[in-house]
Design a binder for this molecule. Structure first.
Ligand code: AMP
Length: 455
């Protein structure tokens, strides 16, 4: 950690007194070249988390950053790393770990965008992609590796000549998630082969107490930078709920999508099966919807995301796989088709909209079975959600059409679960149909689906 020994050059106390709008990237110690890179990306002022963490990072401190989604977390760790890389160019300079593949690609994009001035080379090392192609990418000795832990460990064990012994920075993005999921033992293994003499940054929107454990394992005298309370959402986000009996859920959804036509919308559901079925149903009703869930092959997941990002499809139907860390700047509306199981999940889902100062809406569907769950979320948020205004009679006029589309979707889903290709209803007119042809969970999921409905 050569930076630790450097004399402080940034007046952290003076910066703390200023608002983000009164601060420039140069005030934080960001180099001229990187300030220009920020300007090119239209970053006029640092965001709160950038203002609070960049000076410490440039001073060589370890960081635990707690900031809400869409707050500019990625650049908060990317800028100091790129700047130090510039001072001391070397291969395998930093390793960024993320819990999902999509997030890893997105982080790499930020590094490439900000680092293009110095020709930063990134390799994305995630599961579901070709191992050999990744080994070749690693043999080219990139500066930055962005990875999911499992695949990184695989390469550390099996790819000849690859090691992270010279690593200077380790970042865990969505750190609580990395610990929540089954990554714990893998991360322990990886930490064993990383040099102790490095900087470590943990970033997350929400942090569980488990982070304290990790902190003991891998951080040295970290600075805790907190710009959000545990369950806060941004002010530009309008949060609504819509209450109706469970049996009318799809009718309300279709009504809402008609009302909000033209907006880019993510619909979050609880199961892969629901995601698939809703996407088919919406297609049958003429909406441009793509599904995104964990049972799709990686290439299909990226394909779905790209169609949505490019605007060729305006509705993304997704499980929580898509709710973490993915930056889709132009999402106008988030619909929670099912009430999320926890306040943490709620924050992550609605955090897909109203990012970086833009406004956005979230609408959470509440049925007779969800009242307790939503009240718990409201309590954690410290506020009540507003009722979304609807004309009930107008909603019910859609009942017949939606019922027919539901029937077609159910049939189609069954067929897809069995023989490929004999589809009904949805026009097999473009490659989107491929997205819907992946495993749907078959009988097992269907059973679960019915059980849930009866519940
Ligand atoms: P993140 O929280 O890293 O996912 O970033 C959310 C969004 O904010 C991304 O689209 C970034 O490009 C954007 N962003 C990051 N920093 C700034 C900034 N200082 N000013 C304006 N937009 C920013």
């Amino acid at each position: 950690m050569p930076e630790v020994d450097q004399k402080p050059t940034i007046d952290i106390e003076a910066i703390a007194k200023k608002t983000p709008e009164e601060t420039t990237f140069a005030d934080l110690g960001v180099s001229k070249e990187l300030c220009t890179a920020c300007e090119k990306l239209n970053f006029k002022h640092p965001t709160e988390i950038q203002k609070e963490s960049i000076p410490w990072a440039l001073e060589g401190r370890d960081i635990i950053g707690l900031a809400q989604t869409g707050s500019g977390k990625t650049a908060a760790f990317a800028l100091p790393i790129i700047q130090r890389l510039w001072d001391n160019p070397q291969a395998f300079f930093a390793c960024i770990m993320a819990p999902t593949r999509e997030l890893a690609y997105q982080i790499a994009e930020t590094f490439e965008g900000l680092g293009s001035v110095i020709g930063v080379r990134c390799a994305v090392i995630v599961g579901g992609m070709d191992m050999m192609a990744q080994s070749i990418a690693l043999s080219k000795r990139p500066h930055i590796i962005v990875c999911t832990p499992g695949r990184l460990q695989d390469h550390l064990e099996n790819t000849k000549g690859f090691s992270l012994r010279t690593l200077k920075y380790l970042v865990m993005d969505e750190a609580d998630r990395l610990l929540d999921m089954d990554f714990g033992p893998k991360i322990d293994q990886i930490l064993k082969v990383l040099p102790r003499e490095r900087n470590t940054f943990l970033f997350s929107a929400t942090m569980t107490t488990k982070v304290a454990k990790l902190q003991r394992a891998s951080l040295s005298k970290p600075v805790k930078v907190e710009v959000a309370t545990k369950y806060s959402t941004v002010k530009t986000l309008l949060q609504y709920y819509l209450f109706f009996p469970l049996k009318h859920k799809d009718v309300y959804m279709v009504y809402l999508l008609n009302e909000l036509a033209g907006n880019s919308t993510i619909i979050f559901t609880r199961t892969c099966n629901d995601t698939q079925k809703i996407a088919i149903m919406l297609r049958n009703l003429g909406f441009g919807a793509v599904p995104l869930h964990g049972q799709l092959a990686q290439s299909k997941r990226l394909g779905a995301l790209n169609k949505f990002k490019s605007g060729s499809r305006t509705i993304l139907v997704a499980t929580d796989v898509a709710s973490r860390g993915i930056d889709i700047p132009l999402v106008d509306v988030v619909i929670n088709y099912d009430v999320p199981q926890s306040s943490k999940d709620y924050i992550h889902r609605v955090g897909r909209t109203a990012r970086a100062g833009r406004s956005g809406k979230s609408i959470t569907f509440v049925t007779q079975y969800d009242v307790e769950l939503i009240q718990r979320i409201e309590k954690d948020l410290g506020r009540k959600l507003d009722a979304f205004p609807v004309e009930k009679d107008e909603v019910m006029m859609l009942q017949e059409r939606v019922g027919e589309a539901q029937r077609i979707a159910t049939l189609e889903l069954k067929e897809r679960g069995g023989a490929r290709g004999s589809k009904r209803g949805a026009k097999p007119d473009d490659d989107d149909d491929d997205d819907l042809e992946e495993k749907t969970g078959g009988q097992h999921n269907n059973k679960k689906f019915k059980q849930k409905r009866r519940h």
